[in-house]
Ligand binder design. Structure first.
Ligand code: GDP
Ligand code: GDP
Length: 437
């Protein structure tokens, strides 16, 4: 079971520096096209054989008409509600500030474990200053230097100790888990209500082992699946609902627990940065995808041209991953609601596809022979054999070559496209590895 760690603290204490260190994403801001997620927002950390997710609350835009301190307080509140552990970062050079006191007051009231991290303790004198922060009433301060990495090993040990051990999930194997995700007001609650209707018999709330229950079983009309985190979608919180950070924290939980994400987009608004942010979370977690363009009832001209324009715009934004279904639906009129479920089910099956080795080679080797990897520096590259790895999250293929290091990215893409041409991987990411034979 995935764990979620949130880094909170006022601006300039070093949240983003610590985030980068934990997630090892050196390029803090990757933005080749406008609207691409800044990578400081969400990443994965591996330590002592445990993996957990990290979010940096500083990575989120707050409403421009928000009072700044207030926005920070609300983000901290969200972090305490949604994260499994909070890292509260302060700056040794400034000592305790008023805003630190405010944040500490919120954190002292929460049940979530909090670690008090004193950053910028770059040398011994500064490390000796760390006990000043005992006054915040949050236990032992951890002096670290996010910039040099000193102290972060001890901090990570403490994080792992505080996180709950990976619990077995109380769900039946082999039953797909669908998450409905999207920005606020796109229609998530409405579509879930359209799925399950008022018929209480078709859904069972699973008693969650951690926090509130996260899975709802749906078993009717030839469908059998879990909906992830419907409780979270229904429980709207007036104080924090409008924060982008809130919807993202919720999305992370849903996405991490699902196999297939139903990403909802508002037909009246088109695709925006916030939709892209959620899409990137789906991609980073290697989940399968069905895009639903909701509120289709509100679009006046629904001819083929409008549909094509919509589809192209969406795929263009999400490139290079473009092989996923897009459904135009209305949660309100229930138009194509069952199509959404049928498609999600098919995408789940695609995700579970296993291609036999002999069939794979029979199809792929002639294609490779007809269009071999171009030789580099006079080196002749030969792919001899390929296979699909067993028991992986997503279909993963290995091509064995004499000189894998000379096989370029565009050739790897060629192989991926040929696999997609020959087997139905619609909606699902796949891995293509080139390895030494
Ligand atoms: P954020 O606003 O909380 O995300 O803070 P940043 O990570 O952007 O850091 C603010 C400033 O503090 C930057 O100039 C960083 O280089 C600097 N900084 C971060 N961590 C350390 C540290 O451990 N030691 C020192 N000396 N500076 C740091
Ligand atoms: P959520 O925040 O994503 O859960 O969104 P809600 O399900 O609460 O919907 C937000 C608003 O959009 C509500 O007023 C819904 O009635 C409305 N809405 C949702 N789906 C549709 C739709 O397909 N068509 C129209 N016209 N309105 C919709």
């Amino acid at each position: 079971m995935a764990n979620l760690v949130a880094i909170v603290g006022r601006p300039n204490v070093g949240k983003s520096t610590l985030f980068n260190r934990l997630t090892k994403t050196r390029s803090a801001i990757v933005s080749d096209t406008a609207g691409t997620t800044r990578d400081r927002q969400y990443g994965k950390c591996d330590w002592a054989g445990r993996e957990f997710s990290v979010v940096d609350t500083g990575g989120w835009v707050v409403n421009s008409d928000d009072i700044f301190e207030d926005a920070i307080r609300r983000q901290v509140l969200v972090a305490t509600e949604e994260a499994d552990l909070v890292l509260f970062l302060v700056d040794v050079n400034t000592g305790v500030t008023d805003l630190d006191e405010d944040v500490a007051q919120i954190l002292r009231r929460t049940k979530v474990p909090v670690l008090l991290v004193v950053n910028k303790a770059d040398n011994n004198e500064q490390i000796y200053e760390a006990p000043v922060f005992y006054s915040l009433g949050l236990g032992d301060p951890f002096p670290i230097s996010a910039a040099t990495g000193s102290g972060t090993g001890d901090l990570l040990d403490a994080v792992i100790e505080k996180l709950k051990p990976g619990e077995a999930e109380d769900v039946e194997d082999g039953i797909p888990r669908f998450a409905v995700v999207g920005r606020p007001n796109v229609g998530k609650s409405s579509i879930i209500n359209a799925f399950i209707g008022e018929d209480r018999n078709i859904v069972t709330e699973i008693a969650g082992t951690t926090r509130d229950s996260i899975y709802t079983r749906f078993d009717k009309f030839g469908f059998d699946f879990y909906l992830v985190d419907t409780a979270g979608i229904r429980r709207k919180n007036k104080v924090t609902e409008d924060l982008e950070f809130y919807s993202v924290m919720r999305s992370i939980r849903s996405i991490e627990h699902s196999d297939v994400c139903i990403l909802m987009i508002d037909a009246t608004r088109g695709i925006e940065t916030q939709d892209m942010n959620i899409f990137q979370l789906i991609q980073k977690n290697q989940k399968s995808l069905v895009v639903v363009v909701n509120k289709w009832d509100l679009v006046p001209d629904k001819d083929q041209k409008v549909i094509k324009t919509f589809e192209n715009a969406i795929r263009e934004r999400m490139a290079p991953f473009v092989d996923f279904p897009i459904i135009f639906a209305s949660a309100l009129t229930k138009q194509r609601i069952f199509k959404v479920l049928e498609t999600a089910k098919q995408v789940y099956l695609n995700r579970k596809t296993h291609v036999g080795t002999s069939k794979l080679n029979e199809i792929m080797l002639p294609l490779i022979e007809a269009y071999p990897p171009p030789s580099t520096k006079g080196k002749y590259i030969k792919i001899k054999y390929c296979t699909q790895l067993p028991n992986t999250q997503i279909p993963s293929f290995v091509f064995y070559a004499n000189l894998p290091q000379y096989v370029k990215e565009n050739y790897r893409r060629f192989l991926e496209n040929k696999i997609r041409d020959n087997w139905n991987m619609h909606g699902t990411p796949i891995n293509v590895f080139i390895r030494q034979k």
